[in-house]
Design a protein around this ligand. Sequence first.
Ligand code: 9MR
Length: 373
Amino acid sequence: MGVDRRTVMLSAAAALAPLGAARAREDDTLAAAAARCGLGFGTAVGARGFASADYRALVERECAVITPENAMKWPALSPGPDRFTFEDADRYAAWAAKAGKALRGHTLLWPRQDRLPEWVKAYDFGPKPVEACDRLVGRHVATVAQRYAKRVGSFDVVNEAIDPATGAMRDSVLSQASGGLGRLIALSFQLAREAAPKAQLVYNDYMDWGTGSEKHRLGVLRLLESLRKGAIPVDALGVQAHVTAPADRGAAQRRERDWRAFLDEVTQMGYKLVVTEFDVDDREIVGDVAERDQQVADYGKRWAEIALSYPQLTTFVTWGLSDRFSWLDSFRPRADGQHKRGCLYDDDFQPKPLRAALIEAFSAAPARARPST
Ligand code: 9MR
């Protein structure tokens, strides 16, 4: 036949290779590399980034998905009972639509005392607090979900309901008025589904693979289980992924088993996965900038590879693209007081090793069904 056995075997192997296992290309964008394995790639954009034309251009070039970092939160949208100010959020929605980007809605209910609007903290729930609380939360969730139903492909319906220290539901004026958060969480998902029937509905939280996160993971698993039992419409777990690169380079390997066990349980319950807020805190890494950047890239890549090994992961969003606008400096500063470098681009919008590392991870990832977002 003129074709030797080795050639036949090689082409058979190529045919079997997962679609996504394409090589990283010179001129790749993050969105293009991600799309080849069926993944939607994007970033959050905050007010400072949104105000910069250069940054918006970078986001448009690299991303297929945009999350307003703060503009769709309750305090941003609602200055008082039954009052809404949509102008800011609308500007993001208009930008995303014009640029042909998918939009993630973050977040309809963040039931954490310090993240509620001031007027909600002082709200008088009256003699029938359960009903009053249902009305208050329900009206907010339904109004926002309805307004953006046609624009938002995926909503973080509920954010950070679990207290990481205990694994129980968080305490707040809402949980107190309502006799626990469970009914408000269920109500929010039900109302979001009614208002935005086509959107993906996500429970979003920051349980991670670090030591000390066991109770948080267990609490999230319990919540996801109870939502399934109650047939509450939740499509996916949002894994925030604010990961911290450890000084000890062996840590990723030791953490992987527990993390996979967690993701296995979540996906076996039928949930999809969305990486919603990825960045790599480098506060524990000493050394010069080049060493720090390399360790951030290595650790971020390993984390991403594990997440990407789940075909249920269909969207990967970072919490900012450039160190210039990252929230990380406001959180547990470095001991040496230096600016953190946890994003894919530096302050001058120059790409860093973490960007190349993610493109490699996307290029080697197994194919998955195309995302809706
Ligand atoms: O990055 C966000 C920061 O600008 C806000 O001040 C803060 C409070 O609204 O929220 C930050 O984003 C958080 C996200 O909404 C939920 N997960 C943790 C993120 C970082 O704190």
